[in-house]
Design a protein around this ligand. Structure first.
Ligand SMILES: C[S@@+](CC[C@H](N)C(=O)[O-])C[C@H]1O[C@@H](n2cnc3c(N)ncnc32)[C@H](O)[C@@H]1O
Length: 231
C-alpha cells in the first residue's frame, strides 16, 4: 500500500468498534448542523466523505447532501448504502468532474487535508472556490497543527471513549494502530499539518477569506476548523 487513498479504500480499523463509529458520526452530524442552522435547505458537497454515516442526520435537517470520495471502493459502499435516501446524492468520479460551478452553498472537507500533498491541495482550493454559490462557504475541519503531538491524538481518542463507553476498545485500538498500515504510512508519507496563519494565507492566495472557528467539528478537540468564503 503506497498512498492514503489506497489505505482509505481498503479495510482498516481506524474506528475501534461500531460504537466509536456511531459516536464519531453523531458528533460530526450535530456539529455541522449547528454551524449551518442559519441556512435554509443548503446544497452541501461533502468532499472526502468516507462512509458518511452522518449524512442522514444532515439530510433530516433539510440539508441537500452530495457525497464524493476519491477512493473507488468507498464510492461503491456509499452507492450501496446511501444512494436511495432522501436529500442524499452519491457522486461518481464523472459527476464530481462535471459539477457545475457556482452551485454549492457549503463544501465540507472534514479530516481530509492531512492526506493531501501541497500540489493537490492547491488545485482543489481553486476547484472548491469555483464551485461555491454566491455567499457559499467551505468548512475545513480536523486540521492538525504542527505542534500537536502524539499525546493530544491519544487524548482525543481516549477522552470521548471514556465518556461514551468504549474506553477499553479504544485502548486495544491504539495498540493495533501501532502495528497497522496507518502507522507505516504515517511514518513514510506523513500527515500534512498547518499553522493557522499559514493556512489562512494559503486560502487568501486562492481568493478565499478564512477564519478559524472556536471549536473543531467532530471528536478531535485538539484539531482545528476553518470557515472560508470567496474574498
Ligand atoms: C479520515 S477520512 C474522513 C472521512 C469523512 N470526511 C469523515 O469525517 O468521517 C479521509 C477521507 O478522505 C478521502 N480522500 C483522501 N484523499 C482524497 C482525495 N485526493 N480526493 C478525494 N478524497 C480523498 C479518503 O478516501 C477518506 O475517505
Amino acid at each position: 500500500m503506497t498512498s492514503w487513498l489506497d489505505f482509505w479504500g481498503g479495510t482498516h480499523s481506524i474506528y475501534v468498534n461500531a460504537r466509536h463509529l456511531d459516536v464519531h458520526c453523531a458528533k460530526i452530524g450535530d456539529d455541522v448542523r449547528a454551524l449551518l442552522t442559519y441556512r435554509n435547505a443548503p446544497r452541501l458537497l461533502d468532499f472526502g466523505c468516507g462512509d458518511a454515516l452522518y449524512a442522514p442526520r444532515l439530510a433530516e435537517a433539510g440539508i441537500r447532501v452530495a457525497l464524493y470520495d476519491g477512493a473507488a471502493p468507498v464510492r461503491a459502499r456509499l452507492a450501496e448504502h446511501l444512494a436511495d435516501q432522501p436529500n442524499i446524492t452519491v457522486l461518481s468520479e464523472t459527476d464530481w468532474r462535471n459539477l457545475a460551478p457556482g452551485k454549492q452553498d457549503v463544501i465540507l472537507v472534514n479530516s481530509v487535508l492531512q492526506y493531501l500533498d501541497t500540489a493537490t491541495l492547491d488545485a482543489l482550493l481553486d476547484r472548491w472556490r469555483d464551485l461555491l454559490a454566491p455567499g457559499g462557504e467551505i468548512l475545513f475541519a480536523d486540521l492538525i497543527h504542527p505542534e500537536t503531538g502524539l499525546v493530544a491524538d491519544v487524548l482525543d481518542l481516549l477522552v470521548p471513549a471514556a465518556k461514551n463507553g468504549f474506553f477499553w476498545a479504544a485502548l486495544a485500538g491504539l495498540f493495533a494502530t501501532l502495528v497497522s498500515d496507518y502507522r507505516r504510512l504515517r511514518a513514510t508519507l506523513g500527515l500534512a499539518r498547518y499553522r493557522p496563519e499559514d493556512f489562512l494565507a494559503r486560502l487568501a492566495r486562492h481568493g478565499l477569506a478564512g477564519e478559524r472557528l472556536p471549536a473543531n467539528i467532530g471528536l478531535n478537540a485538539h484539531r482545528m476548523t476553518f470557515r472560508a468564503k470567496r474574498a
